[in-house]
Design a protein around this ligand. Structure first.
Ligand code: PAF
Length: 281
C-alpha cells in the first residue's frame, strides 16, 4: 500500500495510471470504522485504482474543541485499509499542503442546502466541506467518489458542488452502516461511555417508529412525538428533528404523492454530537 503526503507526488503517481483504468476516491477524516470500510470496499469493487484521503479538515469544524478532540490514528487506519486491499493509495496531506498558509474556506451558494439542519447549527460547516472536497476532486480527478448517507445533507451538498463547479465525477451515496444495536457508526461513538453508547440506540429506534408513523400521521405530529420521546430521555439531548423533502432538504409542508421524504435527527450525548437519518417512504 502506498502512503503519499504531498499533492505533487500524488499527481505524479496518478499520471502513471492507464487512462483506461477507472479511479475511485473515498474522502475521509481518518479514525476509520466499519462504515468507512463499506465505502472503501465498494470503491475497490467498482474501480481499478482507489485513493483514500485521510485529512482532518480544520475549516469544517465550527467548534475548536471538536477539532482538537478529533482522533488522528493514521497507523491503525493504514492497517484497516491494508486488510481491504494492498493496492489502495492513501493520501494523507498536512494542513499546509492542502491550504498553504491561508486556512480559510470558500464561501459557496449551495442553493439553500447549506442553511438548514447541520448548516443552521454548525455555521460555515458546509463551506469547509465544499472547500476540501472541491480541492480533493480537482486534485485526484476520480471517476467515482464515495460518501456515506449518515451525512445525508453533506452528500446532497457535494452533489450540488459538482453541479455548480461542473466537476465531472459520479458521486455515490452509500447506505448507513450500523452497530449491532442500531447506532450509526461514527468516529464520535468512541467518545461515548459504554452505557450511553447502548442508550444511543434509542436514536435509530425512534427514527424507525417515525417511519411507521409517517404512513398515517402528519409531519408536525411526528416531530412533536419525537421531541416528547427525547424529553423523557435525559441522557440524550435532542438538538433537532426535521422531516424534509429528500432532494431539496426543504422542510415538509404537506405530504405530496411521488415525493420522497427523510427524517433527520441531531442529538447530544455526553457532550458528543450524534446525527442520523432515515428514508420515510
Ligand atoms: O465526511 C467526512 O468525513 C468529511 O466531511 C469529508 C467528506 C471527508 C470532508 O472532510
Amino acid at each position: 500500500m502506498l502512503l503519499i503526503k504531498t499533492r505533487k507526488l500524488l499527481i505524479e503517481h496518478l499520471s502513471t495510471c492507464k487512462t483506461s483504468e477507472s479511479l475511485g476516491l473515498v474522502p475521509t477524516m481518518g479514525a476509520l470504522h466499519i462504515g468507512h470500510g463499506a465505502l472503501v470496499n465498494r470503491a475497490v469493487r467498482e474501480n481499478d485504482v482507489v485513493v483514500v484521503s485521510i485529512f482532518v479538515n480544520p475549516t469544517q469544524f465550527n467548534n475548536p474543541n471538536d477539532l482538537e478532540k478529533y482522533p488522528q490514528t493514521l497507523k491503525s487506519d493504514m492497517a484497516i485499509l491494508r486488510k481491504i486491499s494492498k493496492n489502495i493509495i492513501v493520501f494523507a496531506p498536512s494542513v499546509r499542503e492542502m491550504y498553504s498558509s491561508d486556512v480559510k474556506a470558500i464561501n459557496y451558494d449551495f442553493g439553500g442546502l447549506e442553511h438548514v439542519m447541520e448548516g443552521a447549527f454548525r455555521s460555515g460547516h458546509f463551506d469547509g466541506v465544499g472547500t476540501i472536497v472541491e480541492s480533493l476532486l480537482t486534485l485526484v480527478k476520480p471517476d467515482n467518489a464515495y460518501f456515506g448517507e449518515k451525512d445525508f445533507q453533506q452528500l446532497q451538498v457535494i452533489k450540488k458542488l459538482t453541479e455548480i463547479r461542473q466537476i465531472p465525477v459520479k458521486i455515490i451515496g452509500c447506505p448507513i452502516v450500523r452497530e449491532p444495536n442500531g447506532l450509526a457508526f461514527s468516529s464520535r461513538n468512541e467518545r461515548l461511555s459504554k452505557t450511553i453508547r447502548n442508550e444511543a440506540a434509542f436514536i435509530y429506534k425512534t427514527l424507525k417508529s417515525a417511519k411507521i408513523k409517517f404512513g398515517t400521521e402528519s409531519a408536525k405530529n411526528i416531530k412533536d412525538w419525537v421531541t416528547n420521546q427525547f424529553s423523557q430521555h435525559p441522557d440524550l439531548e435532542l438538538e433537532y428533528i426535521e422531516i424534509t423533502k429528500t432532494k431539496t432538504l426543504k422542510s415538509i409542508v404537506r405530504k405530496q404523492k411521488n415525493k420522497k421524504y427523510r427524517a433527520f435527527i441531531a442529538v447530544y450525548a455526553e457532550g458528543v454530537r450524534l446525527i442520523d437519518n432515515i428514508a420515510l417512504n
